[in-house]
Design a binder for this molecule. Structure first.
Ligand SMILES: Nc1ncnc2c1ncn2[C@@H]1O[C@H](COP(=O)(O)OP(=O)(O)OP(=O)(O)O)[C@@H](O)[C@H]1O
Ligand SMILES: [Mg+2]
Length: 256
């Protein structure tokens, strides 16, 4: 008998990899998801989710990818480890995600950039089609690669950016952005992910039933709102599942 069976678990409750099935949908996490989905759909370009270590950014990122994948018009790619010392390798990784023959262009930044631009232009021929690049561990991106991301954001049609980018990063990324005003200027929306406060437990007189690790929770706070958050179109409002409380005995720093 496995220890899952012995403990009555259907699956590993504490996986090492971020598992969107286990995302505790705190108001803050839902807010992040909603803003990022809207920003992608409105093709606003660059968006950033910042958060302290372990606040659920990677889990949220995987959930956003899953959410976007439900729509056939949305093509979403995930760069989960964006650290590349050589900027050409960074471009090659992005080109590879887009299904381009990056190997044939390896080391040739100009060709890679050109191929990515041509790819995005092709995809944009269908006006409903939206290409999104999700980047996790954004604080690992080198300065040279940030500059490349800025260049990718320059690819645009008369009405919108050809590539949507959502970066999930630890809070030091805010300083990296501040040091690059020409990139910071392009951030459409920046949100702070925070570990969830536990919901009140009636059995404890309405108090939280489990302590939350100090310094790992906080309110949903737009850091760089570029304007009022647009409303979701009626068909994209949060589903009943989104609103339903999900038990969260597994989340580090976050109550049930
Ligand atoms: N909202 C949440 N729902 C479910 N699990 C969570 C949540 N927040 C944190 N966790 C759990 O905490 C751990 C860290 O989560 P995750 O890797 O998503 O955080 P992170 O912010 O990406 O961390 P890092 O800054 O180290 O990259 C995981 O085991 C994850 O299951
Ligand atoms: Mg992470």
């Amino acid at each position: 008998m496995s220890y899952f069976d012995a403990l009555g678990f259907a699956r590993e409750p504490f996986p090492n990899a971020p598992d969107p099935d286990l995302l505790y949908r705190s108001p803050n996490h839902l807010e992040c998801l909603r803003h990022m989905e809207i920003a992608v759909r409105l093709r606003r370009g660059l968006n950033v989710v910042l958060g302290e270590v372990g606040t659920g950014k990677s889990t949220l990122c995987r959930e956003l990818r899953r959410l976007l994948a439900e729509d056939r018009n949305l093509e979403t790619h995930l760069l989960d480890d964006p650290y590349f010392e050589d900027p050409a390798d960074f471009l090659a990784a992005v080109a590879g995600l887009f299904g381009l023959d990056a190997e044939a262009m390896r080391g040739d930044q100009a060709r890679l950039r050109g191929a990515i631009k041509a790819f995005l232009a092709r995809q944009a021929a269908d006006e409903r089609h939206i290409v999104t690049l999700l980047v996790d561990e954004g604080q690992k991106i080198t300065g040279a690669c940030l500059e490349l991301l800025r260049e990718l954001l320059n690819f645009e049609s008369t009405s919108h950016k050809l590539l949507q980018i959502v970066i999930f990063a630890q809070t030091e990324f805010e300083e990296m952005l501040a040091a690059r005003p020409n990139l910071e200027d392009r951030v459409n929306f920046s949100l702070r992910a925070a570990a969830a406060d536990p919901p009140p437990d009636p059995a404890h007189g309405g108090r939280a039933s489990r302590p939350v690790r100090p310094g790992r929770h906080g309110a949903a706070a737009p850091v760089h709102p570029a304007g009022p958050a647009p409303h979701l179109p009626p068909d994209r409002r949060l589903s009943a599942q989104d609103r339903a409380p999900v038990p969260c005995g597994h989340a580090a720093g976050c109550g049930p």
